[in-house]
Design a binder for this molecule. Structure first.
Ligand code: SF4
Length: 459
């Protein structure tokens, strides 16, 4: 089973599948070459992007992410400014130091191919990396996949259970593979969903360490909210999308939450927090996968509005994150959190479902109400397509996170106010999402070949 640290990963924007994953793959590739005893002989590296990585890789900065990974950068520690400097230097000098150890000639335009005609059968986000020696002899070549949410796999590992961040085969005291089993564990142990996850995490590390991880996840989320609220300007990529969060925030800050517009304040604050994070993500800034980068704004917005200023904020936020993670595990293991496989229902839809569950838990909901909240939130995201204009994680992604945050709060309200019984279970809605994703035309799965991506005429 996965751990909380697998679902919430600190990384840089704009995409967990198209930026974070490829960066990790490039590093992993060089580790594999080294393991094969060939690293010291590399003089050329060639990268071929397949499927969705090729079709929307330009807009998502996948080529830049690959170069950063080859240089040895890691998403959770990479400083966005240093990343820019390294990328610009490679573009200018055509030289790259592999893992900071081995200098090679590297012309990004020639060394990275966007193979739009190749759609891998295993997963739509494929990459082939090849290392050559000085005489252009083949040293090593392998295919890898970016599975969404920063998870990666080499072709021979594909289909295996996602590799957890914690080492070794750990037996959790409360293993579960469905919402039904999770509820049953709660009945048997009288634990809340957050407590069930916390006890599972106790087998990985001491409780204080888990709490410290949860606190740093929230600090990173909150920092992305803050940067997004303060940073003005136009987002990169050529769509000329202006950052809107700072302006809205200044207006709200002046008018105040308890103004005559109190009724609308809920929307305004959730909107501005979510947009702040996703504008930061679109600019290549640091965000937390929740469960992906494209959907990174929903959970921080809901936490910031409902928990962050409460007297017992730290406890509430930990409860929120543990509960949301439980729901995220189910989507990751029973379906997918990749927009290229599921459309946006697998990204913003899942984030909305996780946030609704977290909020229901913070509001004191029972495990059944939490499960219900997660179900309602996904039920009304089913069929949501992924059609980013120009392949950038901007339109519709930024506003979609704002809508997702508001929808999550509403789903939690509906669940808390309900009589308890509901016709559709979380397990059924997850399976429906999976089937809908499989049936969805590829045009609507992070390829930018349909929907808004073709309806919006570029000037
Ligand atoms: S439309 Fe949704 S799934 Fe697609 S890139 Fe945007 S946020 Fe991600």
């Amino acid at each position: 089973m996965l751990s909380v640290a697998d679902i919430f990963k600190i990384g840089i924007g704009p995409s967990s599948s198209h930026t974070v994953g490829p960066m990790l793959i490039a590093r992993r590739f060089l580790a594999d070459v080294r393991k094969a005893g060939k690293f010291e002989q590399i003089s050329r590296v060639h990268v071929e992007l397949h499927g969705s990585l090729a079709l929307t890789g330009h807009g998502h900065g996948t080529d830049r992410a690959v170069v950063l990974g080859l240089a040895g950068f890691e998403p959770h520690t990479a400083d966005p400014d240093t990343c820019d400097a390294l990328w610009n230097s490679v573009l200018e000098t055509h030289h790259l130091s592999l893992l900071g150890e081995r200098e090679i000639r590297f012309v990004p335009d020639r060394a990275i191919a966007f193979a739009m005609d190749i759609m891998p059968v295993e997963h739509p986000n494929g990459m082939r990396l090849t290392a050559h020696g000085a005489g252009l002899e083949l040293l090593f070549s392998a295919i890898y996949f970016s599975l969404g949410g920063g998870f990666i796999a080499r072709v021979d590992e594909f289909g295996a259970a996602p590799k957890p961040a914690h080492a070794g085969a750990i037996e959790f005291p409360h293993p579960f593979s469905s919402g039904e089993k999770l509820i049953a564990i709660g009945h048997r142990t009288e634990l809340s969903i957050a407590e069930i996850i916390a006890e599972n995490e106790d087998t990985v590390r001491p409780r204080e360490e888990t709490e410290s991880i949860l606190d740093s996840i929230w600090q990173a989320m909150n920092a992305s909210v803050e940067r997004g609220l303060q940073t003005e300007g136009v987002l990169p990529g050529g769509l000329e999308v202006k950052r809107r969060a700072p302006e809205i925030f200044q207006r709200l800050d002046t008018v105040g939450e308890t103004s005559a517009n109190e009724r609308e304040a809920l929307f305004d604050w959730l909107n501005v927090y979510a947009m702040a994070v996703n504008e930061e993500n679109a600019a290549g800034g640091r965000v937390v996968t929740a469960p992906t980068n494209g959907a990174a704004g929903v959970i921080p917005a809901v936490i910031r509005y409902y928990c962050a200023d409460q007297p017992n904020a730290a406890d509430l936020i930990r409860r929120f994150l543990l509960t949301a993670a439980a729901i995220g595990f189910l989507y990751k293991e029973k379906a997918s959190i990749s927009g290229a496989e599921m459309g946006c229902q697998g990204e913003v839809g899942v984030a909305c479902s996780m946030a609704a569950a977290g909020l229901a838990a913070v509001w004191g909901g029972t495990n059944e109400e939490i499960e219900h909240a997660a179900e309602i939130a996904m039920e009304h995201n089913l069929g949501l397509t992924c059609d980013p204009v120009k392949g950038l994680v901007q339109v519709p992604c930024i506003e979609r996170n704002a809508i997702g945050a508001v929808k999550a709060a509403n789903a939690a309200r509906l669940a808390i106010q309900s009589t308890g019984a509901h016709r559709v279970s979380l397990d059924q809605v997850i399976e429906t999402m999976r089937q809908t994703g499989l049936d969805m035309n590829n045009k609507y799965k992070e390829t930018s070949q349909g929907g808004l991506a073709v309806s919006v005429v570029e000037c």
